[in-house]
Design a protein around this ligand. Structure first.
Ligand code: HSE
Length: 396
């Protein structure tokens, strides 16, 4: 079977997907019949007859078998996915925010209608993490998944570390390269990796969790002094997401910068690379890495879904059916590095038990321990005061 595709969105990923498909000619698993876009004013790289502005031209066309949703507005994306599934079409999406916010509704829809939904490109770009979990972990028991889930922030951290670029210059480059979200706060404040971790947690651990339930602290407040501190310790700062199912059934989940040591699988992952480490009962420890953002790597993940969906008997994801109830753990004691610009900001976290501290021209650099729930309560105040924090990785 070849797919007859209606594509929604023609941004970085949409164009990458289009480009790859058009290079495959006869061997492609499908052809794009129509592209639906929102803006009538944008200059497009294809002639006008390829485009429509009316979603019904795709959704109500019975000849369109596959809907590929690559828009960046979560509400629009949900409506497209919902209506496509209701019409029995196969659906592919990369909208991590929409998917993670509405996974329950989407799972129900898939149960009610014959189509199915795949979303490999929604997390870790080119790394086939959902397929891997589906195919090889069906009979294993995963207790932890962690990794670098955002290419833009990894690019910024790499450029600040390796090239001495300022945070603003590195962010501007990440935007110019098409890695960042339209609203880059989603990247630097770690909303985007929290959405991806929520999806991965559901698939890997069978735990439904909303992105809001995942504690996150991004890299907006990072200073060159923090990069220099890491270098002096032989470490690198990486933004890591981690979800752990504890033996008593509670779930520990966060996205936090971390000082990773040289023997960490994430130490050598630079620029837009992502990495994911899966820990399970039988296979124990598996690490995958690859490009996590960018037009062609992410477009290729969409193509992978398309190829999977035209195979006879394909029914979509099954691992999600493991879903169990989730009790979040917020008592965990975190081992952290914190950089307080001044004494006023240090006073915001009196519960922090310091182990080492150093007064520098850039402020107070402290290593110590604090319970996660104290951080959760003070998160916004710490950010407003310009505090940077990162986990001090005790283990890999
Ligand atoms: N803004 C995202 C990132 C794009 O930087 O990882 C890929 O999901």
């Amino acid at each position: 079977m070849k797919a007859n595709i209606g594509l929604f969105g023609f941004g970085v990923v949409g164009q990458g997907f289009y480009h790859i498909l058009s290079q495959k000619n006869g061997s492609a698993p499908g052809r794009i019949a129509r592209i639906c876009v929102r803006s009538r004013d944008k200059q497009r790289s294809l002639p006008a007859q390829h485009f429509t502005f009316d979603p019904a031209d795709i959704l109500d066309d019975p000849d369109i078998t596959h809907v590929v949703e690559l828009t960046d507005r979560p509400e629009d994306a949900f409506r497209i996915v919902q209506q496509a599934l209701q019409r029995g079409k196969m659906v592919i999406s990369a909208n991590k925010k929409m998917l993670s916010d509405r996974l329950g509704e989407i799972s129900e829809l898939q149960g009610q209608f014959p189509g199915a939904l795949l979303y490999e490109a929604s997390a870790c770009g080119s790394i086939p993490v959902f397929q891997n979990l589906e195919r090889y972990y069906a009979h294993d028991e995963v207790h932890r998944i962690q990794g670098i889930f955002n290419g833009s922030t990894n690019y910024i951290l790499t450029q600040m570390t390796e090239q001495g670029l300022s945070y603003a210059a590195a962010l501007a480059q990440a935007q110019a390269l098409g890695f960042a979200e339209t609203e880059p706060a989603l990247d630097v404040d770690a909303h985007d990796p929290a959405s991806k971790l929520a999806l991965l947690t559901a698939h890997a651990l069978g735990c439904p969790v909303t992105p809001e339930a995942i504690f996150r602290f991004g890299i907006r407040t990072i200073q060159p002094a923090d990069i220099a501190f890491a270098a002096r310790q032989g470490r690198k700062i990486r933004l890591l997401g981690q979800a752990t199912l504890l033996p008593d059934g509670r779930l520990e989940a966060w996205v936090l910068p971390a000082f990773v040591p040289v023997d960490s699988p994430f130490y050598a992952l630079n620029n837009e690379y992502n990495g994911v480490q899966i820990e399970s009962k039988y296979m124990e420890n598996q690490v995958l890495s690859g490009k996590g953002a960018g037009s062609l790597p992410t477009g290729f993940a969409v193509l992978g879904d398309l190829a999977a969906s035209v195979r006879p008997g394909h029914t979509g994801y099954t691992r999600m059916q493991l879903a169990r109830s989730t009790r979040p753990d917020t008592d965990t004691l975190l081992h952290l590095y914190l950089h307080f610009p001044d004494a006023v900001s240090r006073a915001l976290l009196p519960e922090l038990v310091p182990e080492t501290q150093e007064n520098t021209v850039a402020g107070l650099q402290v290593r110590g321990r604090v319970a996660l729930h104290h951080l959760m309560a003070r998160r916004q105040a710490l950010l407003d005061a310009g505090v940077f924090l990162a986990r001090w990785e005790d283990r890999n």
